[in-house]
Design a protein around this ligand. Structure first.
Ligand SMILES: [Zn+2]
Length: 504
C-alpha cells in the first residue's frame, strides 16, 4: 500500500493528524542525499546480474577448510537493517549496500523449527547445524529422547550425537570455536559438549547427584583428536575455582565448586596459551601457538560498540577470527572453525536494535577477514543464523531515511492514528512495550541513540525469538548445494560432504 492509499483508508481524524504532521517541523534527520541510478542504469544492472549468474560455475571440489559463521538471532530483517546502517555510516546508499556475505553466490532458506518447537532456542538449532539431527528445546548434541534434566552421564553418552567438530578432530583437522558470548553458551557448546540442559555451563549449576559433566569441563576434557585447538570468547567464571579471584574484576571470583582450575589444565597441554585481555591477545605469536584459550570476560564479552569501555580491552570478532585462522591453517590437512556473533540475540532480547545491528556489522567484518585470509577454491564459508527475532522494518520511509530514525518521508515523520511519529524499526514483543496508556510522543525522542529501546506491541521482560526461516549464505566447495528451502540440519550434511567426511 502506498502513502496515497494509506491516506484514503485513514479515518478522518487520522487524516487530519497526518496532514497536520506534514505542516510541523519534526526532529528527524533528513534522508541522505546519494547518487541514485538512472532508469537506464537500473535496467543495465539487472542485465549484468543475469550475465553474472549465467557465468556462475559450481565448485564441486573438496573443501580443505570449513568456516561456519552463526549470527545468533540474525533474521533477514536484521540483515536488511544492518546493510542499510552499514552503508549509511559510510555516507553511502544503504538500500543498495550489501554486507560481505550477501555477495556470496549461493543462498537458501533454513527452516529452524526444532524437534519439539515451532519457534526454537539456540540449543537445538546449533545441534541441527553441527550434528545433522534435530533435537529438543535446551538440548546440546544429544537426541530428542533425552529429558532436559537427564543427569546420568551414561544415559547422555548413549544418546550423544557426533558433531562435525569431533569428526574433524578424529580425521586430523584442526578445530576452533569463537564467540562473543560465553564460550559455554549454546551455539559454541553444541560443537563440543553433550548435555540435556544448555544451562549447565559450570559444575555449580548441575543438579545434586548428577554424574553429567558440565559444559566448561567438557571443553577442556575434550576426548577427540588432539583436543580443540582454539577457543575464544567469554565465560571465564566457569573455568575458575570459587577460590580464584578474577584478573579483571577483583571483586569477582570463579564459579567452580569442584576445586578444578580448568585454565591451568589447559596450560599443561603442548604449546598451549591462555589469554584474558587485549594485551595478552595481541602478544600471541600464532606461529608458536598451537592451542589457544582466550576468555575475555567472566560472562559474555561486551557488545562491539561497548568494547572501547572495557577496562582490560577485548579483541573484536574479526580479530579473534583472524587469530583463529592463523593458528588453524598451519595444519595442511585443514580445519573446521565455528564463529558466532553471539550477542545480536541478546540486544534483540533487550529490544535494542542499535546493538543488534552494530554486532551484525561486526560479524560482517569478521566474514570479510575470513574471506581475505582463505580462498574460495578450498574453503567453504557458510554464514547463517540459528533463529530469527520479532524484529520489524516498516512504514513508508524515503530511501535514505536514517534506518534507526522515525519513519519519515523526505524528513517528515509519518504519524500514527493519534498523530504521533513512530520509528522504522520495532518489535512484536519485549521490554519496549509502552501500551499502558497512550503511545509516547517520539517527536523529541532520539530513536537513533544507542540505548533507545524500540517500541513493542506485547509486554514481555525479554523479547522473543521469531519462528520464520533464516537465510544461509554460502561460498566455496559445495556451496551450490544450498538451494531452496532446506531443513536447518542439512547444513551439517553439506559441511561433512565438503570435507569428505561420512563418505559412503
Ligand atoms: Zn536468544
Amino acid at each position: 500500500m502506498n502513502k496515497q492509499t494509506l491516506l484514503n483508508k485513514a479515518a478522518p481524524a487520522a487524516l487530519m493528524a497526518l496532514m497536520l504532521g506534514t505542516a510541523l517541523a519534526q526532529d528527524n534527520p533528513p534522508p541522505m542525499v546519494v547518487e541514485r541510478p538512472t532508469s537506464a542504469q537500473w535496467y543495465e544492472q539487472g542485465q549484468e546480474a543475469v550475465r553474472a549468474a549465467q557465468q556462475l560455475q559450481p565448485n564441486t571440489g573438496k573443501a580443505r577448510n570449513v568456516i561456519l559463521f552463526v549470527g545468533d538471532g540474525m533474521g533477514v530483517t536484521t540483515v536488511t537493517a544492518a546493510r542499510i546502517l552499514e552503508g549509511q555510516q559510510r555516507n553511502a546508499d544503504g538500500e543498495s549496500n550489501r554486507l560481505s556475505f550477501e555477495k556470496f553466490p549461493y543462498l537458501a532458506h533454513s527452516v529452524t523449527a526444532s524437534a519439539n518447537q515451532q519457534t526454537s532456542d539456540s540449543a537445538p538449532t546449533a545441534t541441527a547445524m553441527v550434528t545433522g539431527i534435530k533435537t529438543n528445546e535446551g538440548a546440546l548434541s544429544v537426541d530428542q529422547n533425552i529429558a532436559k534434566n537427564e543427569s546420568s552421564a551414561e544415559v547422555i553418552a548413549a544418546a550423544s550425537l557426533q558433531t562435525i567438530l569431533e569428526q574433524a578432530e578424529a580425521n586430523g583437522l584442526s578445530t576452533g570455536v569463537v564467540s562473543t558470548a560465553r564460550i559455554t553458551h549454546a551455539t559454541p557448546a553444541a560443537n563440543y559438549a553433550h548435555i540435556g540442559n544448555r544451562d549447565w555451563e559450570g559444575d555449580a549449576l548441575l543438579p545434586a547427584g548428577s554424574t553429567v559433566k558440565d559444559i566448561a569441563a567438557q571443553l577442556i576434557d575434550f576426548p577427540h583428536g588432539n583436543g580443540i585447538d582454539v577457543a575464544l570468547g567469554g565465560g571465564r567464571a566457569f573455568f575458575m575455582s570459587n577460590q580464584s579471584v578474577d584478573p579483571e574484576y577483583p571483586a569477582l571470583k570463579g564459579m567452580r565448586n569442584d576445586n578444578r582450575n580448568l585454565i591451568d589444565q589447559w596450560l599443561t597441554q603442548t604449546h598451549s596459551a591462555y589469554v584474558w585481555d587485549q594485551a595478552g591477545f595481541a602478544a600471541i605469536d600464532t606461529a608458536k601457538t598451537n592451542h589457544l584459550l582466550g576468555l575475555f570476560e567472566p560472562l559474555h564479552m561486551q557488545y562491539s560498540v561497548d568494547q572501547h569501555k572495557d577496562g582490560a580491552g577485548e579483541p573484536t570478532l574479526a580479530a579473534m577470527t583472524a587469530t583463529a585462522i592463523e593458528i588453524l591453517q598451519k595444519n595442511p590437512d585443514g580445519f573446521y572453525l565455528m564463529v558466532e556473533a553471539g550477542r545480536i540475540d541478546h540486544a534483540h532480547h533487550d529490544g535494542n536494535a542499535y546493538r543488534a545491528l552494530t554486532d551484525t556489522i561486526a560479524l560482517d567484518e569478521a566474514v570479510r577477514m575470513a574471506q581475505a585470509m582463505t580462498s574460495s577454491d578450498d574453503t567453504l564459508i557458510i554464514v547463517t543464523a540459528d533463529h530469527s527475532h520479532t524484529f520489524t522494518l516498516a512504514g513508508y520511509p524515503s530511501r535514505g531515511n536514517p534506518i534507526l530514525g522515525k519513519a519519515a518521508i523526505n524528513g517528515v515523520p509519518q504519524k500514527d492514528l493519534s498523530g504521533k511519529p513512530y520509528s522504522t524499526l520495532g518489535y512484536a514483543n519485549g521490554p519496549g512495550y509502552t501500551g499502558d496508556g497512550p503511545r509516547p510522543d517520539l517527536s523529541a525522542i532520539d530513536t537513533m541513540h544507542p540505548d533507545y529501546l524500540q517500541e513493542a506491541a506485547i509486554p514481555l521482560e525479554d523479547e522473543t525469538h521469531g519462528g520464520e526461516d533464516v537465510a544461509i549464505y554460502a561460498d566455496g566447495p559445495l556451496a551450490h548445494l544450498f538451494h531452496g528451502t532446506m531443513e536447518q540440519n542439512v547444513i551439517y550434511h553439506v559441511m561433512a560432504a565438503a570435507l569428505g567426511l561420512n563418505q559412503q
